[in-house]
Design a binder for this molecule. Sequence first.
Ligand code: EPU
Length: 368
Amino acid sequence: MRTSRAVPADELRQILAGTGAVVRSAVPLAELTTLRVGGRATVADCGTTAALVATVQALDTAAIPVLLVAGGSNLLVSDEDVASVVVRVVTEGVEFGADSVTAEAGANWDDVVAKSVRAGFGGLECLSGIPGSAGATPVQNVGAYGVEVANLLRRVQLLDRATGDIHWAGPDELAFGYRTSRLKHRDDAVVLAVEFALHPDGTSAPLRYGELAQRLDATEGETRPAAVVRETVLGLRAGKGMVLDPADHDTWSAGSFFTNPVVPDGEVDRVRAAIRDRLGEVSVPTYPGTGGVKFSAGWLIERAGFAKGFPGAEAPARLSTKHTLALTNRGAATAADIVALARTVRDGVAERFGVVLVPEPVTVGVEL
Ligand code: EPU
């Protein structure tokens, strides 16, 4: 595989002739990611699923490394130029069935949710306001406010890059877990489309998240009209800086930068003791996790001494002033600034509480 240098745009145009992709050279990836950092790359924009399939196959045949980018909301790209060709998924088709929605991979996720709610369907409303594309949602089993993709996904259409086979896979084939799936950190399959089951009566999924249920004056497990839940979720997220707004640097982020750590059962007492040593008797927010207890990364970060806005107003990369779990670009940050901040936070939490936070975004050309 060629990795050392970027393929010249002219050569690439020849390789991709007839695929339907539009090739652009020296595109700053800072323009294609929500963290707004990243060096330049040659980009092949694919506006149809056929173009996406043909482009990936042509690049694979020519042994040219590929970086798939859609919404760019879960990516931390190095400041250096990227040698891989960025295959940009800009498909956008969305279609409704009697009790389902099917979206092409590049469709903006929040448009899919908004259109579903507007068309009178419930189910996806808790996943309102999440940046990124529909096709990315199964990869990391996107979740918020008590609902995750694994609960609602009916099937996902995949291109198998080794065989060229295109097929639909059900949730049972995707090994979903908290913020993970069989598709995460692998690139042997490309998501082409997703299909979600919806409630045709327009009621929401049962409310499972305390903070959301409270805002809606509901008991956990009750439902509300999907449109009402969507508005409430958008309000909650905006209050945490988790709805993209170009004018608000608190939203120049990759959402939660770390996952909430699931501490194995055998280590929970040790972590609780470390918290007690530092903070005394405090109530610690935790949730049930698979094989252990899920702690709140935002809480641990804040209690480790990294307040909202850390390290202060002059820094190019800071924790969001609204939520400690979002690392943000204040306008002039580089990938190196984000990485340095991530290391400081991760190491501080590890030192104080003995919990090693794991980053959620996919990193390209950088390592923590
Ligand atoms: N907290 C703090 N300080 C903060 C923020 C939060 O101490 O600055 C503590 C509070 O105790 C709060 C608790 O953390 O009660 C949980 O905070 P929040 O409700 O905001 O949820 P989260 O666990 O931080 C997760 C997801 C979010 C999702 C929300 C709502 C992960 C890594 N993050 O955040 O997803 O929107 O729950 O369901 O699981 C994302 O993945 O990008 C994302 C935004």
